[in-house]
Design a binder for this molecule. Structure first.
Ligand code: FPP
Length: 256
């Protein structure tokens, strides 16, 4: 265990640097964390919920403006029914327990995905907190729930095709901003950093359009072990990178 002073020094350094405005996280490894301890997968998800709390708090403290968490994919509906039910219970518990802290800290709770597929026990507290926090501006916490990037792209393409069919939109003049405005994430800033835990190195249908220029950070740490320290390390790594957006390094240097 490292001394708390070392962590707070790292936090100060990270805070003084250029922060990502929007961080997305693929929270992976709950099952393996549990298996390694002889526990049930559900216990891994429960411990993972603690990481969600801690990482959200740390982002708010640092001044990260948007945090998007991949909490349940459309493909996750195919998991064993007991695991799906336990995840829904954990989501409801999170929305109920964190409600006061989210409201007290001026955080806007948001969700993206095919939300109509969620059971009432999740939708009800989700919609309530979403409405009650809609005016908050300090940070937006987005839960990607029943979410898939390809499905989001298909929905956007469908909506644009419909507008083209009515003559409202000229398909020959379609701009990236038109497409962005049709995505579920339309109100969110550009994603700067995507983190994936547990050693896997893929996007697994997460924010496919939005990932175009995001920095990717992969760590072996399993999600239940990913806490403030690990978040600070990820952001510190991000701060050491040069983002060129297709330009050259020389073009980015401010003129003397
Ligand atoms: C992936 O780990 C994780 C998930 C499918 C669910 C993520 C859910 C949580 C962190 C808890 C609930 C969320 C909130 C917002 C309170 P895995 O099960 O695929 O792990 P494995 O690859 O090791 O089996």
């Amino acid at each position: 265990m490292e001394a708390p002073q070392a962590q707070s020094a790292l936090e100060e350094r990270v805070k003084a640097g250029k922060l990502p405005r929007h961080v997305g996280i693929i929270m992976d490894g709950n099952g393996r964390w549990a298996e390694a301890r002889g526990k049930s997968r559900v216990e891994g998800h429960r411990e993972g919920s603690e990481s969600v709390r801690e990482v959200t708090r740390a982002c708010r403290r640092l001044g990260v403006k948007a945090l998007t968490l991949y909490a349940f994919s459309l493909q996750n509906w195919g998991r064993p029914a007991e695991e799906v039910a336990a995840l829904m219970d954990l989501l409801r518990e999170f929305l109920e327990k964190e409600r006061a802290e989210i409201l007290d800290n001026a955080i806007r709770l948001n969700a993206v995905g095919e939300l109509e597929k969620l059971p009432h026990l999740v939708r009800e507290p989700l919609e309530k907190l979403r409405a009650d926090s809609a005016h908050h501006r300090e940070m937006v916490l987005t839960l990607a729930l029943s979410y898939g990037g390809r499905e989001e792209l298909l929905a956007a393409a469908g909506a644009l095709a419909q507008r083209a069919a009515t003559g409202e939109l000229d398909p020959a003049r379609l701009k990236p901003s038109d497409f962005e405005a049709a995505l579920w994430t339309r109100e969110l800033p550009e994603v700067d950093l995507i983190i994936r835990t547990s050693g896997e190195r893929r996007l697994s249908n997460f924010l496919l359009w939005q990932a175009a220029y995001a920095e990717l950070y992969f760590t072996e740490t399993l999600w239940p072990d990913f806490r403030t320290r690990e978040l600070l390390e990820a952001i510190s790594d991000y701060q050491s990178r040069e983002r060129r957006f297709g330009l050259t390094s020389a073009q980015l240097k401010p003129r003397a």
